[in-house]
Design a protein around this ligand. Structure first.
Ligand code: PMP
Length: 288
């Protein structure tokens, strides 16, 4: 949507983009204290809408943040914001902050959680990378320990991911692989990871310390429907080095091939057949 007419949902109202502001005392800003979602819109329909809203409320519950409206109101608010901005194919960013408080950490001294919905267009990676695949590195920054801040919570505190992302971009790697505290493969900074080995699709389980991606679930469902065996299992970096194929999934990235990790070519260094088939199937599915 263009600058002048873009409407942002803020606490029950659609306001002009310029009027969509929150307090500098908001704990979302001061401490990354809040939760969010990123959701795609395909052909005017919000993709896997309930799944995203369910995850949002679960994230909020985990941080003891009470979202001031119920799920049905939230679903309606997202639809309303998408429609008001004339978004047919785009992206929704839903943000719930803790609200304003004192400069201290006590959540009991905060009030008015802010409910923010932005509907916009999106372009993440150039088309060329979907055809030729990403070349990525492993970051030395490990994924948050699940007992410190669970990666299952989609919180506004994304510094762990940003630290790894910096390592990636410094190395001209547009994504970066993150290992967990046990040295196992977790996920990338904003995407889940899959490999194909001997025809079997493999991805790290939830307890590897990952965000349970909505796209990850869709990819597993579509693969199973296509008769591909899918297993959630512990993976080491070595498994990726010797994989036949590798790809990432995420709301923004969709399904994108990875053709090298840490300078090791994966398979023959080109996007593999299972990856290409799943990507194609994904593109059909989102518009069904
Ligand atoms: N992992 C992380 C850390 C992410 O930020 C995202 C993007 N939300 C994903 C995985 C992919 O999740 P989804 O498919 O739900 O977008």
């Amino acid at each position: 949507a263009d600058q002048a007419t873009q409407k942002v949902y803020l606490n029950g109202q659609l306001v002009d983009k310029q009027q969509a502001v929150v307090s500098v005392y908001d704990h979302g800003l001061l401490y990354g204290d809040g939760v969010f979602e990123g959701i795609r819109v395909y052909s005017g329909k919000v993709f896997r809408h309930e799944d995203h809203i369910d995850r949002l409320y679960e994230s909020a519950k985990a941080i003891r943040l009470e979202i001031p409206i119920d799920k049905s109101k939230m679903l309606a608010a997202v639809n309303e914001t998408v429609a008001a901005n004339g978004i047919v194919d785009g992206y929704v960013r839903l943000v719930i902050t803790r609200g304003s408080g004192t400069l201290g950490l006590d959540i009991r001294r905060t009030s008015d959680p802010q409910v923010i919905i932005i509907a916009d267009t999106i372009s993440l990676y150039p088309e060329e990378l979907y055809e030729n695949g990403l070349r990525i590195i492993t970051a030395s920054t490990i994924r948050n320990h699940p007992s410190a801040l669970s990666p299952r919570i989609k919180s506004l505190n994304y510094l762990n991911n940003i630290m790894a992302k910096i390592e990636g971009t410094d190395a001209d790697s547009l994504e970066a692989l993150m290992l967990n505290h046990k040295g196992e493969v977790a996920e990338c900074t904003g995407d889940n990871i899959f490999i194909v080995k001997n025809g079997v699709l493999k991805t790290p389980p939830t307890d590897a310390g990952i965000l349970e991606g909505v796209t990850r679930n869709v990819a597993m469902e579509l693969a199973r429907e296509a008769g591909i065996e899918v297993v959630e299992m512990t993976l080491l970096r070595h498994d990726i080095y010797i994989a036949d194929e590798c790809f990432l999934t995420g709301t923004a990235a969709e399904v994108i091939p990875v053709v090298s990790l840490d300078g090791r070519e994966i398979g023959d260094g080109k996007p593999g057949p299972v990856t290409q088939k799943l990507r194609q199937r994904f593109q059909e599915y989102v518009r069904e």
